[in-house]
Ligand binder design. Structure first.
Ligand code: COA
Length: 391
């Protein structure tokens, strides 16, 4: 990205003061709060004037973009000429926010400024080399470091099965990551599993009965998958162990998938009386051809990491003994690449598919809603829960 001087940014965004004189390594979003009021926003605008340290060009561009989005709405000015590097960088930052609602932009601006406040500056200092927590939730841990936002499934006793609450936490984490100052976003799992898929007790333990749970589940699933389809930055999966169900099908929406040789990939939908989700009914045949996709999605064939790599679902496989070291070294290097360039390239690669993916997602969710209420599905879930058989 073009170097942007603070003086020029300030000219575009008069609300930001000329107090940024020294570079700061990195700034992270604090714990998200919902619904900032206009007063919170104005306070944040004033708070920026009190900042003592320069948060760096990336953050200044973000502040600029969020401010414009919160006050003017989606980018409505024409793109500056190719040689007008500074204004082009700002235009790109604003334009990248797309149709983000004003209210959300206002909230993100307030969160970002709060993370820049003297107390946040102090708490972020001295933490270099350690992950900085940006979202706290027991079962999903979000940290940010070295230009990477890491979203980790953190429920090892249940093999990282995804509860309704975790779906919501991930939607929020992706929303925050799409506008934070990281270059790439990475999913991984704590413990020996990457993720065992949808928590099969989601429906049986829901209050209000199966029908209501299926209804709400379909709405939540659709929103969850949409947040992957629309995610603007490079999305990487670091598959540390076995992956089941939706944690596998989602991989078709990732930009790169790295796996330990201990990872396996299993989508036992027919065994559970269910049907594919996360656009896999479209992405899997496209990635691996329909014959191979059928074996996975209809017959529940479990693939080893090397088989998944040969089918094109996985980018590269590493020996488990060196997996973590090798992959994080590599990802840290990737995160240093110009972020706007990566984002724009991703957009070029993905944009022609988006509409199709949204349509596929909608259809898969409405099919699943029916499946969840089917006798085949209910029997399979009861059988798992009563441990008469395991997959
Ligand atoms: N939903 C709910 N609970 C799950 C789960 C899931 N998807 N996956 C694992 N768990 C729970 C188990 O019920 C068990 O809980 P418990 O200790 O209270 O009994 C705990 O996680 C450990 O799992 P366990 O089955 O004892 O470990 P395992 O190594 O023998 O088997 C799996 C691991 C993942 C193969 C097995 O648990 C399984 O088949 N889970 C279901 C996976 C699935 O079908 N996902 C949905 C796909 S659409």
């Amino acid at each position: 990205m073009a170097a942007v001087t603070w003086r020029v940014v300030r000219r575009w965004c008069p609300s930001l003061p000329q107090v940024f004189r020294f570079p700061v390594a990195q700034v992270h979003l604090g714990r998200p709060k919902m619904r900032a009021s206009q007063q919170d926003f104005e306070n944040a605008v004033n708070q920026v004037k009190l900042l003592k340290k320069d948060p760096g060009n990336q953050v200044k561009l973000q502040l600029y973009a969020l401010y414009k989005q919160a006050t003017d709405g989606p980018c409505n000015v024409s793109k500056p000429g190719v040689f007008d590097l500074v204004n082009k960088a700002k235009w790109e930052a604003w334009n990248a926010l797309g149709s983000l609602p004003k209210e959300t932009a206002r909230q993100n601006y307030v969160d970002l400024v709060s993370s820049l406040s003297p107390s946040s500056e102090a708490s972020n200092q001295g933490k270099s080399g350690a992950d900085v927590k940006v979202q706290e939730s027991k079962d999903i841990v979000v940290t940010s470091e070295d230009g990477i936002t890491k979203i980790m499934f953190n429920r090892p006793p249940k093999k990282n099965a995804i509860t309704f609450q975790m779906y919501q936490d991930i939607i929020l984490a992706l929303k925050n990551a799409s506008t934070d100052n990281s270059a790439i976003t990475v999913f991984t799992g704590a413990g020996d599993y990457y993720c065992s898929g949808n928590d099969l007790t989601n429906f049986t333990s829901a209050s209000g009965g199966m029908e209501k749970a299926a209804e709400g589940g379909a709405v939540l699933l659709r929103e969850f998958v949409n947040s992957f389809i629309d995610f603007p930055k490079p999305l990487v999966a670091v598959v540390n162990g076995p992956a089941v169900g939706i944690s596998v099908t989602l991989l078709g929406l990732f930009d790169a998938v790295y796996a330990s040789d201990k990872a396996t990939f299993h989508t036992p939908f027919s065994h559970l009386g269910q049907s594919p989700e996360a656009c896999s009914s479209y992405t899997f045949p496209k990635i691996m051809g329909s014959a191979k996709a059928t074996e996975m999605l209809l017959f529940g064939k479990k693939l080893t990491a090397r088989e998944a790599c040969a089918q094109g679902l996985v980018t590269e496989v590493f020996p488990d003994s060196t997996f973590k070291k090798e992959i994080w070294t590599r990802l840290k290097a990737y995160a240093k690449l110009p972020p706007n360039s990566m984002r724009i390239s991703k957009q070029l690669i993905r944009k022609n598919e988006k509409e199709k993916l949204h349509a596929v997602n909608a259809e898969e969710c409405s099919t699943l809603k029916e499946r969840w209420l089917s006798e085949e599905c209910i029997n399979a879930i009861m059988s798992f829960l009563s441990r008469k058989s395991k997959l």
